[in-house]
Write a protein that binds this ligand. Structure first.
Ligand code: NAP
Ligand code: MG
Length: 481
């Protein structure tokens, strides 16, 4: 199928002239950047070009210990005694400063993570700022959030985040922790620590009391050192189900609290009474934008049999118009895959589809020859038990199956180990309510997809984890009663 459009967009790359990336970053501990005791550094690069961007400190157990002690002192001496109203002012200040520096954050996020500038500019960074604003508002209202109970902060919380939404996940973690009176040691993901370090600069500049937020970069045993530190009272983790299970095992028998936001395999259900054109747009938004690097991505599509050929035809036509390329170009729909390892994992799954003899569809678009890129891909007709339907691919790959009845599709949608998200496309409100009560997913969107707001809780069922982030519910994991 050919692209209907004869014309092409001219390149519109965002300028990187006004951003500043230091050649080397140290650890952010007790309000200052300090050299790592490990004396070692690792490099971080741009996945779209392979270009080295900076080197950063690799925190070892001793460095993590220094950070936790700083957080513990800040908790005991300053933060836990500070009235909520005063804490709130600092959190609001962080929100405002992110807004002021939004452009810089967006560019660095796209440079280091590979996501299109449109996503980082319009989604990640504004939503990160909103999260801080929203939780700032709760800081002095905890007694109203939990009437007739006595909410108490926990102490030092260790927070570990993945590479798909680096700044946004840092905001999801730090904002509620500070609002509830806890202090933080955050470990960003190995490949995408730059915006967290920029956030550290901002936190230093906003005069937050030293030690309230500490940011330790690293990989390998850095996260485990944080999880296992005896002065850490709570762990908040977002990442793979495998590491989530490891963490759960390693803190079993301790009094540490835990919240886990893990993988997903979101089901997108399209019924024959759905607005098909909008549904196609929602499907594309749900899996292809952001390279499918989204835990709540709609990576399984179930289409009612009598509209399947229409939906698939329109989906293929829409995919022909998607632009895969330079993440900093404002026209780009699909940027770079975050790392070589992740690209290999995605390609292995596509190969598996070929080996299973399934129909694989990719548009004719070109992709850059350098860097890590993958075309948007449909895998049509995989059986429910196929690994392509059961496992999280975390790339721009959508499996498509058909269904006849509502009972059948509910069973299929629920028949995976995960339960994070789902999407429902139908004209009937009654059908939506029926489905939302039966689908085992933490978030269900109706006639839209991937919409977020700081006021609404997010989290999973089954192997997608437990605990909620966002909204009033997002305060609870950081409090004891
Ligand atoms: P991951 O290994 O679970 O990493 C997530 C975070 O945990 C990173 O900061 C990581 O550090 C850290 N970590 C790794 N091992 C740890 C341990 N034993 N104890 C404590 N912390 C530890 O995820 P990934 O390697 O980045 O991605 C693997 C897969 O996870 C992806 O292919 C995808 O399927 C899934 N994933 C899910 C989400 C989500 O939002 N649910 C996000 C990203 C990835 P390092 O980066 O330094 O290893
Ligand atoms: Mg890892």
């Amino acid at each position: 199928m050919k692209n209907n459009f004869e014309w092409k967009y001219s390149p519109a790359p965002e300028s990187t002239e006004h951003i500043k990336i230091d050649p080397r970053y140290d650890l952010f501990i007790n309000g200052k950047f300090v050299k790592p005791l490990s004396k070692t550094y690792f490099e971080t690069s741009d996945p779209a070009t392979g270009k080295m961007l900076a080197s950063m400190a690799h925190a070892n157990e001793k460095d993590v210990n220094t950070a936790v002690l700083a957080a513990k002192t800040a908790y005991d001496k300053t933060w836990k005694k500070m009235p909520g109203k005063e804490r709130g002012k600092y959190i609001f200040r962080i929100a405002r400063m992110i807004q002021e520096r939004a452009r810089e954050f967006a560019i660095i996020e796209s440079l280091n993570g590979g996501k299109p500038i449109r996503e980082s500019r319009d989604f990640d960074i504004p939503l990160a700022a909103n999260h801080f604003s929203y939780y700032a508002g709760w800081a002095d209202k905890l007694d109203y959030a939990f009437p007739n109970r006595t909410p108490k902060s926990l102490g030092v919380v260790g927070q570990i985040i993945p590479w798909n939404f680096p700044l946004l996940m840092a905001a999801w973690k730090i904002a509620p922790a500070l609002a509830t009176g806890n202090t933080v040691v955050l470990k960003p993901a190995e490949t995408t620590s730059l915006t967290a370090l920029k956030l550290a600069e901002l936190i230093r500049d906003c005069d937050l009391p030293p030690g309230v937020v500490n940011i330790v970069t690293g990989f390998g045993n850095t996260g485990a050192a944080l999880v296992n530190h005896s002065l850490v009272n709570k762990i908040a983790f977002t990442g793979s189900t495998g590491v989530g299970k490891l963490i759960q095992k390693s803190i079993a028998g301790t009094s540490k609290k835990l919240s886990l936001e893990l993988g997903g395999k979101g089901a997108h259900l399209v019924f024959d009474d759905a607005p098909i054109n909008q549904a196609v747009e929602g499907i594309v938004n749900g899996i292809f934008f952001n390279q499918g690097h989204v835990c709540c991505a709609g990576s399984r599509l179930y289409v009612q049999e009598n509209v399947a050929s229409e939906v698939i035809t329109k989906l293929k036509a829409r995919m022909q118009t998607l632009i895969v390329g330079d993440p900093l170009d404002k026209n780009t729909d699909i940027g770079a895959i975050n790392s070589e390892g992740q690209l290999k994992k995605i390609k292995d799954y596509i190969q598996l589809g070929k080996n299973e003899g399934l129909e694989i569809y990719q548009p004719e678009c070109g992709i850059p020859t350098k860097g890590f890129f993958c075309k948007p891909t449909l895998i049509i007709g995989a059986g429910q038990s196929s690994r392509l339907v059961q496992e999280e691919i975390f790339g721009p790959v959508l499996s498509i199956q058909t269904f006849r009845t509502i009972e059948e599709v509910i069973e299929k949608a629920n028949q995976v180990p995960y339960g994070l998200s789902a999407g429902v496309w139908t004209d009937k409100g009654s059908k939506i309510f029926n489905l939302t009560s039966k689908l085992r997913a933490g978030v269900i969107w109706a006639n839209t997809y991937n919409k977020f707001d700081p006021t609404s809780p997010f989290g999973g069922y089954k192997e997608s984890g437990f605990g909620r982030e966002g909204g009033l519910h997002g305060l609870q994991p950081y409090l004891s009663f």
